[in-house]
Design a protein around this ligand. Structure first.
Ligand code: SF4
Length: 747
């Protein structure tokens, strides 16, 4: 490195893998190169193409640097124009107050997009905003993603965040369903260089099996690839569990002492024999039985299911069955199996038991869809806006995300957003969703804030803590200030209220919990004294410091001198390795029984729906999504180096189907579902199985009024035009973005 350059180390915030990055800066402070940080304790130098372009999000000329406010246009309509922050916050205060005064708080709704979970700022300060809005119309990307796993974890283990992850680095056998970590680098399983970790399983003599309708890159690198008809993973998984029980292979091991419901489970699974599920899944009965016997026979094994198992009609059953298999084979909570991380920001528990998990505590107004995790299905957002009557949504707050592209029946949501009385978006992009806003409040770029992956260290295959400082000063208010000021406005305190009140509230609440609640690690300590011991300055970092110091690895504000402190995090730019995952039964369980519930009543009741589907006539053709290493949902398509080259938004069609329908590569096909229709460029390939077509989601950047010039030049098509908002996994409210029945014809 020359004397005029410098380096900056930070964790990549772009996906769940949390890779360490090394940024080289020139003498003007501009980032010139990004590499993997070889000293990072977790990623050890791994990086993907997205990570090397992080600075391009910061320098993107389309990124909003000032708020935009809707004003009357010269043509007699309206347009979004740049405004000052004071004008923008005042407009938000007026807009929300008007709706609340006229229609009440039930007319407010909020949508939280995925990017807001990629760091501690959005996670910690989104909560006060949601609370201040005082509405049950809370929506997020979770109901087009991982909500089934939250629900199954909540019902089995008592807490929706207590999700076991495959112990990748020690397992002897990995069974992957509906996931393609070679492209996505893993999800609900934080593991930088996931592909390398899979190769290591095979290198140490282990076995990797992939179940997927597509021959993904992950499947190509596995020992075995089993094709399955989309949407039927739940059937396969429960039939495997049935085999274990019927053949006397079920042995939960020492963890069995803490399990409840084995007899109920056996009865509930009885109809799901390999023979019964073979036809609907397309997997022969012998293979199903062998897959079950293989995981039972392996010295250790982990079953891992992801998006293809969750964004389907039977998502919660599939998510539950994954952990039932882990439990029945003695792999739950043992090294090499499925284990719970011990994240540094979470407090230790000293005994099992708790209030457990409830769902369906309220329902959506128009179609009566039950809540899960305090959220309503995003699939019903459009109907909540469009359906007249008391409680109709009239104002929407979005924080990140692009639901017009990423949620079901997009065309209807797009039209519904135009009907709102008021919409405010916290977003750096003028995209297909935010173009409907009355006010856009752009947070600074990722490089202008500190980074700590609260959400993803709770899902990591090692216990890791890693904090990164901001590289640049923000151009305007920080993300936390924007969220805090919105919370104050939503509380009726006006646009000029001091955001410090919210900063204090967050820290005070965390300290109060740590000194009084449950297993309070700081019981008896004085909150004011503890506040005086905080060293961080940024509001989000101060809140994080409380969590870290009162967490299970923390110094408990001096009571454990060797424990983790915020200062140690600051002094450890390459992260702190807190060791491999360790067994945590029984204390981690917070069900009322204090035991793992193998047969939760809501899931057992839903098995009747799965049984009924065994005999249903399968659709002739179904649509599934797919991932690409250079893409992340809808939010990396304005980076030229990531989207250039071959068109990736193609419709993959099997050669047999293409021949029968008269389709050829490079030609155009019309794809139609119950709710929509689109034209896509055909790619004939045997990557997909006959009867299955695949289109990536997150594309379709052709709407007028956006400012994403690179994306608009290669718009692709929006697959969610085809997704049916009425087809949901009923327990979690998650939309079936996969296995959509479609018809195909040459266009
Ligand atoms: S794998 Fe994910 S975290 Fe790692 S560099 Fe790529 S985008 Fe960033």
């Amino acid at each position: 490195m020359s004397a005029s350059t410098s380096t900056h180390i930070r964790t990549c915030p772009l996906c769940e893998a949390t890779c360490g990055l090394e940024l080289t800066l020139d003498d003007q402070g501009e980032v010139t190169v990004i590499r993997g940080d070889r000293e990072d304790v977790f990623s050890k130098g791994f990086v993907c193409p997205k990570g090397t372009t992080l600075h391009r999000l910061h320098t993107d000329p389309d990124r909003l640097r000032a708020p935009m406010v809707r004003r009357p246009s010269a043509e007699g309509g309206s347009e979004l124009v740049e405004a000052t922050w004071e004008e923008a916050f005042a407009t938000v205060a007026d807009g929300l107050a008007r709706v609340v005064e006229t229609h009440g708080r039930d007319a407010l709704a909020v949508y939280l997009g995925n990017p807001s979970a990629h760091g501690h700022h959005g996670v910690l300060f989104g909560r006060p905003l949601v609370k201040a809005l005082g509405t049950r119309n809370v929506f997020s990307a979770s109901t087009v993603d991982q909500m089934p796993k939250h629900v199954s974890a909540g019902l089995m283990f008592g807490n929706a965040l207590t999700i076991p992850v495959p112990d990748l680095d020690r397992t002897d056998h990995l069974l992957v369903l509906g996931a393609n970590p070679w492209e996505s680098n893993g999800s609900l399983c934080t593991a930088p260089d996931f592909p390398g970790r899979i190769e290591a399983i095979r290198a140490r003599g282990g076995r990797v099996v992939v179940v997927d309708p597509r021959r993904t890159r992950t499947a190509e690198h596995a020992d075995e690839h089993v094709r399955i008809r989309p949407g039927t993973d739940a059937m396969l998984l429960v039939a495997m569990a049935n085999v274990l029980l019927a053949e006397g292979l079920a042995d939960p091991g020492p963890a069995g002492e803490w399990m409840e419901g084995l007899d109920d489970l056996a009865a509930a699974l009885a109809p799901f024999t390999p023979q019964a599920v073979s036809a609907p899944t397309g997997v022969d009965a012998g293979t199903i039985a062998r897959l079950a016997r293989d995981i039972a026979a392996a010295p250790s094994a982990a079953v891992y299911g992801r998006i293809g198992t969750t964004t389907v009609e039977f998502g919660t059953i599939a998510s539950w069955a994954v952990d039932v298999l882990n439990a029945l084979t003695g792999n739950l909570d043992r090294p090499g199996g499925a284990m719970w991380p011990s994240p540094a920001h979470v407090k230790a528990r000293s005994a099992p038991g708790g209030r457990g998990y409830s769902l369906g505590r309220w329902s959506s107004r128009a179609s009566g869809r039950p809540e899960a995790n305090g959220e309503l299905p995003v699939a019903v957002l459009a109907e909540e806006i469009l359906t007249p009557g008391k409680g109709r949504v009239r104002a929407l707050v979005t924080v990140a995300g692009n639901p017009v592209l990423s949620t079901p029946q997009s065309a209807r949501l797009d039209a519904a957003l135009a009907e709102l009385d008021f919409m405010v978006c916290v977003d750096p992009a003028l995209n297909e969703t935010t173009r409907h806003a009355d006010v856009i409040l752009p947070p600074p770029s990722q490089l202008s804030k500190s980074q700590y992956d609260l959400a993803f260290y709770a899902l990591a295959v090692r216990n890791i803590a890693n904090w990164s400082p901001p590289l640049y000063e923000p151009e305007g208010p920080s993300e936390v200030e924007i969220l805090a000021r919105l919370a104050l406005i939503a509380s009726g305190l006006g646009p000029d209220a001091d955001p410090q009140a919210v900063y204090d509230l967050v820290v005070d609440t965390l300290l109060s919990d740590a000194t009084t609640k449950g297993d309070a690690p700081l019981a008896g300590r004085d909150v004011e004294e503890l506040k005086g011991m905080l060293t961080a300055e940024d509001p989000a970092d101060r809140a994080l410091e409380v969590m870290i110091r009162s967490g299970q690895h923390g110094d408990h504000f001096g009571a454990r001198p060797d424990g983790l402190t915020f200062e140690r995090l600051v002094e450890s730019p390459h992260g702190i390795d807190l060791g491999p995952l360790v067994p945590q039964l029984p204390d981690i369980i917070s069900t009322p029984s204090g035991r793992v519930e193998l047969a939760p009543a809501p899931i057992v009741a839903d098995l009747g729906r799965l049984a009924a589907a065994l005999d249903a006539e399968p659709p002739a053709m179904v649509l599934v999504g797919r991932r690409h290493l250079r893409s992340n949902n809808s939010w990396m398509h304005n980076v030229e180096v990531l989207v250039k080259g071959r068109d990736r938004c193609t419709l993959q069609v099997h050669p047999d189907d293409a021949g029968r329908l008269g389709l050829e590569s490079g030609g155009s096909a019309r794809v139609s579902s119950r709710v929509g229709s689109l034209e896509a460029t055909v790619e004939v390939t045997d990557e997909v199985m006959p009867g299955v077509v695949s289109l990536p989601h997150g594309w379709g950047h052709s709407a007028p009024g956006t400012r994403m010039r690179v994306a608009a030049a290669r718009p692709g098509v929006n697959s969610n035009v085809l997704t049916d908002a009425e087809v949901l996994d009923p327990l979690s409210g998650t939309a079936a973005l996969n296995a959509i029945p479609v018809t195909l014809e040459p266009a």
